[in-house]
Design a protein around this ligand. Structure first.
Ligand SMILES: [Zn+2]
Length: 87
């Protein structure tokens, strides 16, 4: 059995990172495969998936920042109230 040590990827110059062969389009341009090792180097699906994941991460970070800002606001209000009690 021919085992691939690592999953080939599409290099910046459009080559298979494993074989150094120019990737070819497949599946009506939805996929780029290596003609030598037949590895799927790129697919529209995986890119969409990645973009979705990045968007989720960005949204989560924004939510966290919002919550942190809210907490800071609460704390500031608490401090202000405390300062009011002091004559
Ligand atoms: Zn390859």
């Amino acid at each position: 059995m021919n085992k691939v040590p690592f999953e080939p990827r599409l290099s910046k110059s459009g080559l298979c990172s494993d074989c150094g062969v120019v990737a070819i389009l497949a599946d009506n341009g939805n996929m780029k495969i290596c003609p030598r090792c037949y590895g799927v180097l790129w697919s529209r699906d995986s890119e969409d998936h990645l973009r979705k994941k990045q968007a989720e991460a960005t949204a989560a970070a924004a939510r966290m920042a919002e919550r942190r800002a809210f907490k800071t606001k609460l704390k500031a209000r608490e401090e202000a109230l405390k300062n009011k009690d002091v004559p």
